[in-house]
Design a protein around this ligand. Structure first.
Ligand SMILES: *[C@@H]1O[C@H](CO)[C@@H](O)[C@H](O)[C@H]1NC(C)=O
Ligand SMILES: *[C@@H]1O[C@H](CO)[C@@H](O)[C@H](O)[C@H]1NC(C)=O
Ligand SMILES: *[C@@H]1O[C@H](CO)[C@@H](O)[C@H](O)[C@H]1NC(C)=O
Ligand SMILES: *[C@@H]1O[C@H](CO)[C@@H](O)[C@H](O)[C@H]1NC(C)=O
Length: 386
């Protein structure tokens, strides 16, 4: 064989092998996994929603990506510390804390936590893959899909200051929050180009939210939301507050002239997401410059398929939604679980919300139980309208 032909064959072989190794590395978690040093954050994302609307699930979709530093519900600490104040007074404090977190300045967080000794002093820290992997904790690799129970075992006593150190090694910061009841308070962040902040606003049928809230322990939030109307804990007040907040946020984002760049706000309904979680996941990943591996894709498929055993995550007391129930079935569950009378009450309290987000009220017990009757405006016509 001609030596130059042989040489080019060898070159080709080397090239193909290199590409195969690269591909394999992308799909699998390997020991070559490096911690990037002094990375600048390019993209910040806030998942803005309300309790029991699926935001923990959306958070997890981002959390499991090795380029994402994710915190679930850090504003919980603001509410907890200042729980005797009405929620609207806490909004600016919540916003400022959020800004600090987006800048990886975790000093602000230490003013709200009771203790700042270990990362486990942070609410829901174990939901954050970044706090279970280097440089925070060496028990896992950055590209691992983390089992939170193992993480609790191995990483609980990592020093609190590691949160900031870890944050500084990521290109994307994602925070989920259900305790922001207003968008205006976030305008300074949304208008700050250097933050490059985008919001995913997740809404859900109020009747389903109500049904789900009944079995979740939401005493603190119930008490605080009710207090803003000088009342003891009252589910009707809570539902009304929750519903109104979502409408207010949406209306503010859609105001004319736009208070901040329009493409920094994305509205999504839980019901549409539940039908096609992987489609949304891919769309968002692309929009935010994140890479999807086949492992992540397989993981999403596994946790959203109907036959999977439910994975209750976080605490065992059922505070969080089990993610595998996040299937088409979940979106209809409330229709079996709520009496017609309760449904009517919620429909009354959340009339405006249901109109804005495309949820049809039922007029009778028969309509409620008629599973063939569609109560959600189809995704396509909803998107054209909004
Ligand atoms: C929360 O409310 C439930 C039912 O109303 C009650 O059983 C429980 O003790 C409360 N928990 C706290 C921490 O107040
Ligand atoms: C801002 O974030 C978007 C994704 O939302 C990304 O495509 C863009 O590159 C970021 N801009 C800068 C200046 O980093
Ligand atoms: C998804 O489930 C399949 C079958 O149980 C399993 O082989 C695969 O490893 C799972 N994928 C992930 C990423 O956990
Ligand atoms: C509603 O769901 C809860 C929790 O799954 C269950 O305990 C309860 O019995 C259900 N109620 C009705 C009326 O179906």
């Amino acid at each position: 064989m001609n030596p130059s032909v042989r040489f080019s064959r060898v070159c080709l072989l080397v090239l193909v092998s290199a590409l195969m190794i690269l591909y394999w590395k992308k799909q699998h978690c390997t020991v070559f996994d490096q911690i990037p040093q002094g990375r600048t954050v390019k993209t910040r994302l806030l998942i803005l929603s309300t309790w029991r609307a699926g935001s923990s699930f959306v958070g997890q979709l981002f959390n499991q990506n090795p380029d994402v530093f994710y915190l679930m519900e850090p504003i919980w600490h603001v509410w907890k510390l200042l729980s005797t104040k009405p929620p609207y007074l806490l909004q600016p404090a919540a916003r400022n804390l959020l800004r600090s977190i987006f800048l990886c300045d975790m000093e602000a967080l230490t003013s709200y936590v009771y203790k700042d000794e270990f990362i486990s002093d942070l609410f829901m820290w174990q939901e954050s893959r970044a706090l279970c992997t280097p440089p925070a904790c060496n028990a896992f690799q950055r590209c691992d899909i983390i089992d939170r129970l193992l993480c609790i075992n191995d990483c609980m006593q990592v020093p609190f200051r590691k949160i900031e150190e870890a944050c500084r090694t990521y290109s994307h910061i994602v925070v989920k929050a259900v305790r922001l009841l207003d968008l205006k308070v976030l305008y300074p962040l949304l208008r700050d180009q250097s933050l490059n902040l985008t919001i995913i606003h997740l809404v859900r049928d109020p009747r389903a939210i109500f049904s789900s809230r009944q079995y979740a322990r939401l005493n603190y939030s119930n008490a605080m939301l009710s207090r803003s109307k000088n009342s003891e804990s009252n589910v009707n007040i809570v539902m009304q507050k929750v519903c109104d907040a979502q409408v207010r946020i949406y209306n503010a984002a859609r105001a004319s002239p736009p208070p901040f760049p329009r493409n920094h706000y994305h509205l999504v309904r839980f019901e549409d997401l539940a039908k096609n979680p992987l489609d949304y996941f891919k769309m968002w990943y692309q929009a935010f410059g994140l890479t999807m591996s086949s492992r992540l894709e397989s993981w999403v498929h596994n946790i959203t398929s109907v036959d999977e055993k439910p994975i209750h995550y976080g605490s065992k007391d059922g505070t969080l939604m089990p993610i595998s129930k996040f299937s088409k079935r979940t979106t209809q569950y409330w229709r079996e679980n709520l009496s017609f009378q309760k449904v009517q009450e919620v429909q009354h309290l959340c009339r405006e919300n249901m109109k804005v987000f495309g949820y049809h009220p039922v007029q009778s017990e028969d309509e409620l139980k008629d599973s063939l009757l569609q109560l959600v405006v189809p995704q396509k016509s909803f998107q054209e309208e909004h």
